[in-house]
Write a protein that binds this ligand. Sequence first.
Ligand code: 9MR
Length: 356
Amino acid sequence: MQSLLAQQRLSSLKEAFKSDFFIGTALGAEHILEKNTKANELIIREFNAITPENHMKSVNIHPEWNRYDFFLADKFVEFGQKNKMYLAGHTLVWHSQLPNFVHKIKSADSLKLFLTDHINTVAGRYAGKLNSWDVVNEAIEDDGTFRKSIFYNLLGEDFIKMAFDLAAKADPKAELYYNDYNNEQPAKRKATIEMIKKLKASGSKIDGVGIQGHWSINSLKLKDIEDAIVEYAALGLRVSFTELDLTVLPNPWDLKGADVNQNFENSPKMNPYPKELPDSVQTTLAQKYEELFKIFLKHQDKIDRITFWGVADNHSWLNGWPVRGRTNYPLLFDRNFEPKKAYTSVMNLKNTKPNL
Ligand code: 9MR
């Protein structure tokens, strides 16, 4: 009897949430190239959606005006197809990780030429193969004003419409997303909704909003997250959580006026758990993930995908940002690729069978 019940227990995140939303992860080169057996077994067992963490960004895929490098992006697509996964393209237009030649562009016409060539070439190459594209990433500041990026400075807010229209034409099948961090918070959310309404009113196709979900166990604002899901969905859009992780480390910006990297690298105060995470923090992390997933489940009809920004704690950008060389624990799997308490708390939301 015991073994029968044990067999019936849900065996993976993707199985547990299969009737709710896709469960994704971000892949680096080592995963795409299948260099680490343990990591890749975990990816295939637990996740049914993938995003390339860096290899479709313009600096990597389009390093020079007349040169594209599709090697890892192609491999990423092959990996996803082979494993029948949801493939999220990330990202067509972003102010960060731009190739050098773009920083040198001085005229609106040249920038339009870049955007047109870039989107036609990249979205065109993978047309029909990706489920979604993050078409524009991080165009709005936390206070709700437009980010003064090279795109905004030379083209005004029209660059957003231009990008969505080009993407819709180059890959008519992909769902087109606007992706940002902190866009669950009120001021940024309001500005994002205005921007999306305008875009839709002008006849452009936009299918979803990506809420990145780079949050902290010390300041998770569940009400903002729930309000954002409801308000974005009310625009007729799908919502996805595209880059989820929860930092457990102190935030250097809480200490005013700090030059983050210089002052805090190697500071025990800023890197309190270099060897292991104390049980109490492990438990808080598990509780916070549980609270979050309860909200996700409550609104599963509006949510398409929950993607974690990394596979396991060893592979997380939060070990290097905003202070280099820290040991962070933001994901559901530890450095040995084993499930953490947070994994169990999330799984238990769906697991009606007893824990044996
Ligand atoms: O995780 C990515 C890291 O490896 C890169 O160095 C960094 C470059 O800026 O980008 C990280 O991913 C970002 C994502 O593409 C967009 N949202 C914020 C993510 C964390 O910075």
